[in-house]
Structures are given as C-alpha cells and as structure tokens.
Design a protein around this ligand. Structure first.
Ligand SMILES: Nc1ncnc2c1ncn2[C@@H]1O[C@H](COP(=O)(O)OP(=O)(O)OP(=O)(O)O)[C@@H](O)[C@H]1O
Length: 351
C-alpha cells in the first residue's frame, strides 16, 4: 500500500510555528523509507499524522490512493511500534500479540483457536518460538521489541510505522535486528516508514531517506544520493563526516584561512566562504608544509589521521600501506573535492 502525503501542515492547538509544514511525500507500495533529522524536526509528528493519532490542519493523507483524513487510527489498520510503546506487563507475550485481534468487535473477531494460530505464526516469524507463555519482564530488550512488532503486525497491516523502535537497544543487538527487519519487510510485502537517529541504520535499511528539519523535508532520495549530492551544507553535514574550513573568495580563488591548504579556483563572487570536504577527499602531501598528522585508527587499509594545522585539528582519511606511518610531519593538504558554501547555501560545486 502506498502512502502519500499531500501538503500536510500541523499546527498545535496552542498555536505558534507549524511543527509540520507543507510536507508532500510519496512512499511507494512495498518500499522502505527512513525519516531522519535533528531532534524536534517533526519526524514523530509526521508518523503520528500518518497513523491517524494526531490531526493535521491542512493537506491530505492518502493510503493506496484513497484519502484517509476522516478515518481514525483503528480504521486505517496501520501497524506502529514506538520506542516507548510498552507491552502490557500483566499479560503474557501471546496475550500481548493477540490483543488487537481479541478486542475486535464480535463481527470481525477471529475465534480463539484462530487467534492462537496467528500468534504462533507471528512468534515463529519473530524468531521467538515457545515464548508465548512468558511475561515481558522475562524477555531481553531486543525480544520485547520483537514482541511489540508482532503485536503491531497481528491485525495484518500492510503499512508499518516504526519510531526509533530499537533506540534503547545496545548497538550489537541493533545491528542484528536490522538485517532481520529488512528481511521481514520484504517477506510480508510491507510499506515501512522508520524514524531513526542513526544515519547508518537509515542508509542500510531504507530505499529512500527523507531528511527533515524545522517541520520541512530538506531532501529525500537514496542515502547515497544525499551523501554525494547534498542539497545544502546542512544535508552534507548530516549525512557524513565533514571537514569545514573557512576562508575568502577573491578574484576567482578561494583562499583558506589556514596555511598549507591549496587554494581552490571558483567562479563564485568575492566574499567570505567556507569549504566543506569529506575526510576522504583530502590528500596529505608530506614534506610540503607545516601540518602534522597522527594516525588515530584504521579501517582495513584506510587510515584516519588526526591532522593539525595552526592549532586547528580535523580528520583526514587516506589509503595506507599495511604498515602505515604513525606520524606524518611537515605536510600540506590538497583538496580533491569539496563544496563552497556561504551561509546556509552552496556557492557552487568545486573540483
Ligand atoms: N504535543 C505537543 N505539544 C507541544 N509541542 C509538541 C507536541 N508534539 C510535538 N511538539 C513539538 O513539535 C516539534 C516536533 O516534534 P517531533 O517529536 O515531531 O520531532 P522529532 O523530529 O520526532 O524529534 P526527536 O528526534 O527528538 O524525537 C518539537 O519542537 C516538539 O517540541
């Protein structure tokens, strides 16, 4: 089922600036979308509007092409799991999972045997067989969140909304759950929208990453596209490590304010500017300047060097030999690729 947002705006009853403003978004049937952005960007608010938990003042929510603005959360049959959407502590795992089915009106309620069979299927799907009789406090955090997911899926929703569901789990468990979640999404043919603070998680899981700020969508697309073609400096900073060096454009050249960094030709107009560079796009030129680089750590053959020029320190990533130098003294820096910005906007693409 596709989810389409058409110029959605939400203003709180007490007024003020909209917390979600004029958002239009198409989440295609069967796709996996991640909503990312700084705290307060409006990610949870948008998810709650889609679920029908919060009202919106303007625009329309469409599911599979039909407007659901007038349907309450229950009628939309959307599954959702929130980070703090606790299980019912006094109910067994099986009762928790079957809850949504057991409270249906008699007309549509499956009989007890059917609910039990559905719960067993879901426990298998969640890789939690034989755990139906346990209580939530007898499970690990990761298991509890899988039970919450099973509960969300019990009524057979085709759209699944996840708000930082694994935020409280330790990184290793989180990493394991990721692969499993993507697999589940595909096997059940779900349309999934996930809110996450973890850009790696978004990049690994989602077909489309939607980056929000101040109630707006700043940019959306495959994670790689946001990383490689960021719409503005905020997107570049949000989607990966960035080295920012201030300077000045004069007569077609950007002059970094730091020594030993090669100037960059630019058609930009004269004035203050800043260059944003990915650490892998800086080259160290030993013996040519006064910068000093210390090997901080390695990822395979890539060495991350903490590089200091005139009391300013930043990371440089470079391919090394199997026995890399721990310290590279007296180097200059060349910028292989970077983007010049003035304030919040690009001046132009360089290199
Ligand atoms: N019920 C509410 N009453 C008052 N302010 C609210 C309410 N709900 C949301 N807000 C405000 O709306 C803005 C967006 O909040 P929202 O929780 O959607 O952001 P978020 O991107 O999910 O943030 P986080 O990553 O911290 O969860 C914030 O400024 C928040 O304080």
């Amino acid at each position: 089922m596709s989810v389409q947002l058409d110029h959605i705006t939400r203003i709180l009853p007490q007024g003020g600036r909209p917390i979600v403003e004029d958002i239009s978004l198409l989440v295609p049937d069967g796709s996996f979308t991640a909503l990312v952005g700084p705290s307060g960007a409006g990610k949870t608010s948008l998810l709650r509007i889609i679920a029908g938990l919060d009202p919106h003042q303007d625009g329309h929510v469409m599911i599979d092409g039909a407007c659901v603005d007038m349907q309450d959360a229950h009628a939309r049959n959307i599954g959702f799991v929130f980070q703090h959407y606790a299980l019912f502590a006094h109910m067994t795992v099986a009762a928790n999972i079957g809850f949504g089915l057991s409270i249906r009106p008699r007309r549509t309620r499956p009989d007890k045997a059917d609910i039990a069979a559905r719960v067993t299927d879901l426990l298998d799907l969640m890789q939690l067989p034989h755990m139906g009789a346990r209580y939530p406090h007898e499970l690990s955090g990761g298991q509890r969140q899988r039970v919450a997911l099973a509960r969300a899926l019990a009524t057979g929703p085709r759209v699944l909304l996840l708000d930082e569901p694994f935020g409280a789990l330790d990184p290793l468990v989180r990493q394991q759950i990721r692969g499993w979640l993507r697999d589940l999404h595909e096997r059940l043919g779900l349309t999934t929208i996930l809110v996450t603070h973890d850009r790696q998680e978004a990049a690994e899981l989602a077909d489309t990453v939607v980056l929000m700020r101040n109630g707006h969508v700043v940019q959306s697309g495959p994670a790689r596209q946001l990383e490689d073609n960021p719409a503005d400096p905020f997107v570049m900073t949000f989607t990966g490590d960035v080295v920012r060096i201030t300077g000045h454009v004069a007569h077609g050249v950007f002059m970094p304010a730091l020594p030993d960094i090669q100037p960059v030709a630019t058609p930009a107009t004269d004035g203050p500017a800043e260059i944003l560079i990915r650490p892998a796009d800086i080259r160290l030129r030993p013996g040519s300047g006064s910068a000093r680089a210390h090997l901080r750590h390695r990822r395979g053959l890539v060495g991350i060097y903490e590089t200091t020029i005139a009391h300013t320190t930043f990371a440089v990533e470079t391919v090394t030999t199997p026995e890399p130098a721990r310290v590279i003294p007296d180097c200059a820096l060349d910028i292989a690729a970077g983007r010049l910005a003035r304030g919040d906007a690009w001046l132009e693409r360089t290199a």
